[in-house]
Design a binder for this molecule. Sequence first.
Ligand code: MN
Length: 296
Amino acid sequence: MLERIETRDAEIGGGLIVRRALPSRRRRTVGAWCFLDHAGPMEFGRGGGMGVGPHPHIGLQTFTWMIEGAVMHRDSLGNEQLITPGQVNLMTAGGGIAHAEDSDSAGGGCLHAVQLWIALPDGERHRAPAFRNYPHLPLVELGGFGVRVLAGSALGQTSPAEVYSPLVGLDLAAAGPAAASLPLTASFEHAALVLSGAASIEDEKVTPGALLYLGSARERLAVSCEAAARLMLIGGAPFGEEILLWWNFVARDAQEMRQAARDWNAGRRFGAVHGSPSPRLIAPEVTGLHLRPSRS
Ligand code: MN
């Protein structure tokens, strides 16, 4: 089963337009991965780039994979971390954290990044918040692709990124023609997203702007490209819990959402983020329209 899900344009802070692949109407989660924004590749002038002011999260991990450019992360635990190419930032919101993400836009620059969210299972979602930067991730050569193991395990390598459900995240980059048969975990469901160039995935031609959902029970994946290309593969054990995703929160019911929004807007619970040049975001009104279960 191959299911092509077109991404949609979404605006994040600073007027930045990204391609949003998850959640989509047809597919809300791939394993515990419940959100996927692809930003760039782009060049921006003075004052451009990413400028997402202080905002809260609950019930999830934010997972940022930086390909080009640099973004400063600041959070309510006091962390201040510049993320640069080849690195992952992983922030565990647990019961509540706030952060801001800003490009250093004084002189303009470039940006190519993917930000995903990982839903925390019920037994982990109230845990203490945490943040870590992972500057070194395993890299394996396979058929002309450099395969970077961002999360989980693949090709005998395991990412140091601390996650709370069985999942995988890989970056595959080729500088020219490449062809690989990538072993997969058959009990996982998977999806692939081309980040630059064009690739063939099981004979399906894919370019940026579409997430290819691959289903589960697959032991290998045929991936190839005729010229330089880059793609991301995500997967995991199907997430067996009904979740609600609204604004920057993952929760289980509307009451939790309303409480988190009220707490943030009243300046409670999440702490303060210092040093961001971007304005603090205000939680919008929680409306029933946005509250949809993870699987319909
Ligand atoms: Mn965020």
